[in-house]
Design a protein around this ligand. Structure first.
Ligand SMILES: Nc1nc2c(ncn2[C@@H]2O[C@H](COP(=O)(O)OP(=O)(O)OP(=O)(O)O)[C@@H](O)[C@H]2O)c(=O)[nH]1
Ligand SMILES: [Mg+2]
Length: 497
């Protein structure tokens, strides 16, 4: 299904290049969109200043490549792409791109703008050999609603499609420490009003720095998960994003990059008498001061604080006591408790599993921008033909119908009985676009079982559609779900008898 959507999108782009062949700017833009269709998905990481964006990016990649200090480079949009050789290129607003030195310090990549003010930089592009960057290019963005409004403006201009330029990211992970009015406003403004006419199809929200919730108590992650689940179920939030996940990015980053020396220092700490250790773990001041009286030195403690935070040290020493005897064992526990795996699953289901759809959406958004007159005034029979072709795909492709209906269901404007909304969302691909995901079966379920479940779903939704008590909006929704079931069945290999 999505293969044909990509093919149709490519045809529209070629038609756009043909229609605008005497406008070099437009042709360049269309070519860039054609190349972009074949690239990995582009996922931007956004949020307020110090929300933990760069740390989370590092956790996802499993390396410290995004600077998390306060340097000038955290104020520019930075792309992290898979590449065969590490390379950093600075793209200024004016002038030619130029390479920056690739240097590591204390295990982290050092990005030094070499004196160029952040305001002069359009973007930095970091090529880094990495398996995880192969499925998605990650884009680190400067904090929004910061003291420096110029910095916020750069992020909003990058993410929020306007009349000037279509969006460059296919999907967004939005970090917030708690949901503030400013976050909701930002998500609102980013809400899709263009091509797919669905809401928040490409945004996942993260409650970040989740370990700090509740003052860093050991049950912090549990509390944070509860908050995330409440947000995810709140109709107001559901209209703004796909899902909400709680993540302690620092724990995840450190878990993914844990060093032997750190495990040894934590082992040394856990060997201290329990009361003594717990007493020093009450505050940063006490923990540092205790370096003078025994156990790891103050310098080592400072490093642990930077890498783990107080909550992380409390958790890690407890885990070592409970038997995490090797760096690998401790790393696995830290990552497991950080919420990172859950986030990765959500990103897979919502983003990379829908790659072609999100790619097609971005490209069609760009064509829509052209059709609306981007670059020059629209007009003429050729432009009209392009507009018709675009409309044909948007209205005709079932993938977009699914997205629109999902958006409407999330916004609560469809009169479907409550009891069947959940199944409708699942069948529309809300939790993952695989047949098993749509049917609520475990991955790898036997083909015959998948087929039977698909038939049963089709029957059920035909019956719902025939229910004379349902309002028109609900009957229309049933027909869209029925088409999804039929699409599923068409894709399934016939079961052997
Ligand atoms: N306790 C705790 N601290 C975190 C977490 N994530 C990030 N931090 C700390 O918060 C500070 C900011 O983290 P960054 O990852 O640089 O945040 P950012 O959103 O990229 O910041 P800007 O790019 O400057 O807006 C750093 O000191 C991190 O160590 C977390 O999950 N828990
Ligand atoms: Mg940052």
């Amino acid at each position: 299904m999505t293969g044909s959507l990509l093919a149709a999108t490519r045809r529209v782009l070629l038609l756009a290049a043909e229609v605008r062949r005497d406008d070099p700017e437009a042709v360049r833009a269309v070519r860039a969109q054609l190349d972009r269709l074949d690239e990995p998905l582009r996922v931007a990481i956004a949020g307020k200043v110090k929300a933990g964006k760069s740390t989370l990016l590092n956790a996802l990649v499993g390396e410290q490549i995004a600077p998390t200090d306060a340097g000038e480079c955290t104020k520019v949009v930075t792309w992290y792409r898979d590449g065969s050789v590490p390379r950093i290129v600075l793209h200024p607003h004016d002038g030619l791109p130029r390479p920056l030195p690739v240097r590591r310090q204390d295990g982290a990549l050092v990005v030094d703008l070499a004196g160029t003010p952040a305001a002069d930089v359009d973007r930095l592009v970091v090529d880094w050999p990495s398996q995880s960057l192969r499925t998605a290019t990650l884009i680190d963005t400067p904090g929004i609603a910061s003291a420096s409004t110029e910095v916020s403006r750069r992020t909003v201009a990058f993410l929020d499609p306007d009349d000037e330029s279509p969006t460059e990211a296919d999907a967004v992970v939005y970090l917030m420490r708690h949901l503030h009015a400013a976050d909701a406003e930002f998500l609102e403004s980013f809400r899709d009003q263009g091509v797919a006419r669905a809401t928040a199809v490409n945004t996942v929200a993260v409650i970040s720095r989740a370990d700090e919730i509740g003052g860093g108590r050991v049950d912090a992650m549990f509390a944070a998960r509860g908050i995330a689940q409440r947000y995810a179920a709140d109709p107001a939030v559901r209209g703004l994003c796909q899902n909400v996940v709680a993540v302690a990015g620092l724990l995840a980053q450190t878990g993914r990059t844990l060093r032997h020396a750190e495990h040894s220092a934590l082992t040394e700490l856990s060997a201290l008498p329990r009361e003594e250790l717990e007493d020093t773990l009450l505050s940063v001041g006490r923990f540092r001061a205790a370096g003078a009286t025994g156990g790891p030195s103050t310098e080592v403690r400072d490093r642990l604080l930077r890498r783990f935070g107080m909550f992380g040290i409390r958790l890690a020493t407890t885990l070592v006591r409970q038997g995490a005897g090797s760096p690998d064992a401790l790393a696995a526990e830290l990552v497991g408790r950080s919420g990172l795996t859950e986030l990765e699953e959500v990103l897979h289901a919502r983003f990379t599993g829908r790659r072609d759809l999100l790619k097609a959406r971005s490209a069609l958004l760009a064509v829509e921008h052209l059709v609306r007159g981007g670059g020059r005034r629209p007009g003429g029979a050729r432009d009209a033909a392009l507009a018709r072709e675009l409309e044909r795909i948007l209205a005709g492709a079932h993938e977009f119908a699914e997205l629109r209906l999902l958006g409407a269901l999330r916004a609560g404007v469809v009169g479907l009985p409550r009891g069947i909304v959940g199944e409708a969302e699942r069948l529309l691909g809300d939790g993952g676009a695989t047949p098993e995901g749509r049917l609520g079966l475990p991955p790898g379920a036997p083909p015959a079982e998948v087929r039977d479940a698909a038939f049963a779903a089709l029957e059920r939704w035909r019956r719902h559609a025939a229910n004379p008590m349902l309002p028109r909006s609900a009957t229309d929704a049933c027909h869209t779900v029925i088409r999804s079931c039929e699409g599923l069945l068409a894709r399934l290999v016939p079961a052997r008898r």
